[in-house]
Every structure is written in C-alpha cells, then in structure tokens.
Ligand binder design. Structure first.
Ligand SMILES: [Zn+2]
Length: 215
C-alpha cells in the first residue's frame, strides 16, 4: 500500500510542533521535522549529517538541497510505513517543488495539508503574555496561567521575564514572514482541494482530537 503524505502548516505559535509529535505517535506516521532530522543526522554522524554540521559549525544555514537529500533518505528508509507527517518543510512554494520532485520519484503525492488556523491577534495574545522564570524556566501566561503574585515565580519568588522571542515586534515580524512566505502554500493546496482547516484557537487537546478525526 502507498504511504500517505500529510503536511502540517500554521503560523508561528500555533502549537504545530507538539501537534505533529502527538499525531505522528497516535497514527504511527513517520514524523519529518526538519530540525529534528538535522540534529539526528548530525548526532549519528551520517554522511549527510557531517556535511550539514560543517555549515552549522560556521553558523550558516544548511542549504535546502542538503535538507531535501536528508528528507529523501528518510522517506526511502520508511517506504513500508503507512504515512508521513511533514512539519517545517515545505516552508515556501519553491520548497514544495522540491518535495513534489522527491515524492514523484517514489510514486507518492501529498494527500492532505492540515492547516492550523489561528488569527494573528490570538497568536499575539498567546505569546506576548507569556512570561518565564529565568531560574527554573517555568512558563506562565499573564491571562490564562497567572503567577500567584504579580510577575514573580511561584516557586522561586524572583521576577519573571519576557523572552526576546515573545516580544511583540519579534512576533509581528515572524507573522509577517509567515503570511508572505509560507501561507501561499495553503492557497496552493486549497486550489487542489487538499486543505483540511482546523480551528487552532481551541485548546491543544481539542485541536489534536479534531485533526485525528479528520485524517
Ligand atoms: Zn522559578
């Protein structure tokens, strides 16, 4: 039987990474998360991992062609599996061309794109209200998971901080990049009738249940 191919797409802060891991485990799919795959190949010192490391050591991005090769090797090794779930690739339309070429070689194609839909305002509300304890790293939310005392850690009693990644300007930039670069993929797959839209503003568990009921 042919393996099914799913791609998970959503704005930064939509909780994609966690969803991807849980869905892959529940459905027994191979999770293709580019970040994890790169780390794994570097750790196992595979041939491609060694080349990737030479870029990472210099603080450079690993070329997308090399990432594609690593993904392709992973698909090849798992062709007997019932499905693959992509997280973080393709990131834009040109990467999708690479993916198409790769899948073609294995006589596979994208079945569905799971789009976790979260409005920008909700993302900003989620991330800019996040505070973290610099000591124990516990994460709080100033609306939904408040510390007992104003902006201090319940356990350590020291002031909470806002991580640089959670500052409004940073998030707005990342959202703008997402809309410009990644979201066109949703429109592309919409035309092919392959998009499953999930309301990502519900709780992570509800989102997971909805996705699982649809694929
Ligand atoms: Zn603490």
């Amino acid at each position: 039987m042919k393996s099914k191919i799913f791609i998970l797409i959503g704005p930064p802060g939509a909780g994609k990474g966690t969803q991807a891991k849980n869905i892959a485990v529940t459905k027994d799919f191979v999770l293709i998360s580019t970040g994890d795959l790169l780390r794994e190949n570097v750790e196992k010192k595979t041939e491609l991992g060694q080349i990737a490391k030479s870029y990472m050591d210099k603080g450079e991005f690993v070329p997308i062609e090399l990432v594609a090769k690593i993904i392709k090797t992973n698909i090849q090794q798992n062709l007997n599996k019932k499905g693959f779930l992509f997280d973080g690739f393709p990131r834009d339309l040109s990467q999708n061309v690479l993916l198409d070429e790769m899948l073609n070689e294995f006589n596979l194609e994208v079945d569905k794109v799971i789009y976790i839909d979260v409005k920008d305002e909700a993302i900003l509300d989620r991330l800019t209200n996040r505070r973290v304890c610099p000591k124990c790293k516990k994460v709080y939310h100033m609306k939904y998971n408040k510390p007992k005392n104003d902006e201090t850690c319940d356990d350590c009693g020291i002031p909470l901080i806002t991580r640089d990644d959670d500052k409004p300007e940073v998030i707005k930039n990342r959202l703008a990049t997402y809309h410009k670069v990644t979201h066109p993929l949703v429109e592309h797959f919409d035309k092919l009738g392959k998009v499953i839209r999930v309301n990502g503003e519900k709780s992570p568990k509800e989102v997971e249940t909805e996705i699982l009921s649809l694929i």
